[in-house]
Design a protein around this ligand. Sequence first.
Ligand code: FSO
Ligand code: SF4
Length: 528
Amino acid sequence: MFCYQCEQTARGTGCVTRGVCGKSPEASDLQDVLVHAAKRLATRYANVPAAERPASLAPMLEDALFVTVTNVNFDTASILGMIRDVVAAAGAPAAGVAAEAPEDTLLAWSRASMIDARKATLGDDVTGLQELLLYGLKGMAAYAHHARQMHRADPVVDAFMVEALAKLDAGVADINELLALNLKCGEVTINVLALLDAAHCDTYGKPTPTPVLMGHVPGKAILVSGHDMVDLKALLEQTEGKGINIYTHGEMLPAHGYPELKKFKHLVGHFGGAWMLQQREFPKFPGAILMTTNCLMQPFEDYEGRLFTRNLVAWPGIAHIEDRDFTPVIKAALAAPGFTDTVRTGEHLVGFGHDAVLGAADKIIGAVKAGEIKHFAVIGGCDGSEGERSYYTDLGTTIPKDWVILTLGCGKYRLLGHDYGTVAGLPRLLDMGQCNDSFSAVKVALALADAFGCTVNELPLSIVLSWFEQKAVCVLLALLHLNVKNIRIGPRLPAFLTPAVLKVLVDAFGLKPVGEVEVDLQAMSNAA
Ligand code: FSO
Ligand code: SF4
């Protein structure tokens, strides 16, 4: 195996014996085969007019890529099943291998496309840029998958997925072409983010500011993690009146802001912190646990019997829910003890999507003009277990009182637990939602630039991203496509970006790694 697609990659260079995420070498190799099969499938249809492509093509490519995102699927049987489906769809001429071929044959079939093989023939720069594009596509696939759960699709997104995968399959090696494809990936990411935003708002109503109980109350309980609101809504419907309380976990926290979800009285609160604390927190949750999407970690014995996966998430031996029939989850929750006491560790305000923030636009613009608000800092992305991520906590708590902080993604957990107070009558910390809601940050930045008659780069606005996996990669590409300059990224730079490629991004966009909090803050103030 060789995998360097996420931030926690071993020694900052690549996982080679077993994934830091827990991915086995076999699962890793099979995921590489699946990506290769997806590229071959895209090639089969690259020259077929979009209207003549099968309807199953786009969802199949999306799922194949989303399965290989960090912390989604660790189950070799399920990955192998998907490989066979994708190879069969590619058909004999494009695939060059039989769908029912033995696993070893499939592994040998894809060997030349593996990262190691390409590093040896094309060099690290080209391979890194190819992987940057692939990881951007993986992130885009995840967002497109979520939108498709709400019956939304965008032909521009579907077409780009085929075009870009076919380019990768053809071994595109020209640096300029690869850079252009990466920026195009960023452009199409805006489409998919807008699609997902509209799907969420149309289906569940526009998020509104809502306080969420951080803690628990007595009663049977189900914990819902991941990012999928469709699963959550179905579970809320199926548990209504059954005496079971539903809690959000990790990236499901923003669910409480949606009118069509918060109307369920048994959606009572939020339990726990970001994804990487699950092995410590899940044993203490006295009910059933549902993982709708990433980020899943290796389950421990003391909760694996009451853990369930959904959608593309899978771990060998862990029960998987098909077709949103949550009967087994409900049974497990009723069989578990549930909470017997009340604990309130605090309250967190969610629901500051673009509508809520821009609803206060007059107030915000007035406060900026009056000098009450000096700066906006977007601090968000993913969380992770590295100690260096305390940078984001220190940054949030050091930021001057006349700055507004916009946050999103599970990176927000680094900012919670501190009273940020208010500025100009607004909360200083505005939670815009999941990483899936990055569109809100883009929309607010563009609206502010419009209101002040300037570009986003001329706004008193700084963006500090915490990245972990591939969804963050496509959001970064989207910001670069919008020509947003001087983005800070941490806690470490991606292993797949070579010094030469990084120099191109630094020269063109001023992309920089996070540094010392005080120094970075000073630089942000000076740039304002
Ligand atoms: Fe976090 Fe995981 Fe949402 Fe990611 S839960 S790390 S960018 O999957 O998707 O923010
Ligand atoms: Fe390593 Fe990340 Fe790949 Fe897992 S996803 S094998 S942790 S680089």
